[in-house]
Design a protein around this ligand. Structure first.
Ligand SMILES: [Cu+2]
Length: 130
C-alpha cells in the first residue's frame, strides 16, 4: 500500500502547488505624478522683456533660448504655411499661427521647456527659463 500513499502525497503536493500559483496578485498602485499645469499664457507687463523667435523654413530661428522668468517670448510665423509652438509638457501653446501671425507667451516658472510644431513634429525648440 506504499504506492497508494506516494500517489496520495503527490496529489496533495500538486494541489498545494496549484494553490500557491493562484496566490492573489499584489496590486501595484502606480503613483500618478500630477504635473503642475503652468499655463503661463498671459499678456506681458509693460516693462517685460520680449524675446523674438521667428519661424522660418520649417524651423525656429532661435532653437534654444535662455530667458529669465517672466520674459515674454514672441513667436512669429514668417513661413507661408501654418505652424505652432507647443510645449511638450503643455506649459504653453501658441495655437496655429498662419503666415505672418504671432503669439506671445510668458513663462514664469524656471525650467526647461521643449516645444514642437504640432503640424510638423520634426520642428523643435527649447526655452530655458532661469
Ligand atoms: Cu510647423
Amino acid at each position: 500500500m506504499k504506492v497508494k500513499n506516494i500517489i496520495c502525497a503527490i496529489l496533495i503536493l500538486t494541489a498545494l502547488f496549484a494553490c500557491t500559483q493562484q496566490a492573489p496578485r499584489t496590486e501595484s498602485n502606480d503613483q500618478i505624478v500630477v504635473k503642475g499645469s503652468g499655463s503661463d499664457k498671459s499678456t506681458p507687463s509693460n516693462n517685460a522683456v520680449v524675446v523674438d523667435v521667428k519661424i522660418k523654413d520649417f524651423s525656429y530661428d532661435e532653437p534654444v533660448i535662455e530667458v529669465s522668468a517672466g520674459t515674454a517670448v514672441r513667436f512669429t510665423n514668417e513661413d507661408s504655411v501654418p505652424h505652432t509652438a507647443t510645449a511638450t509638457n503643455n506649459a504653453f501653446d501658441t495655437g496655429i499661427l498662419r503666415a505672418g501671425e504671432q503669439e506671445t507667451i510668458v513663462l514664469n516658472k524656471p525650467g526647461t521647456y521643449t516645444y514642437t510644431c504640432t503640424i510638423h513634429p520634426s520642428m523643435s525648440g527649447k526655452i530655458i527659463v532661469r
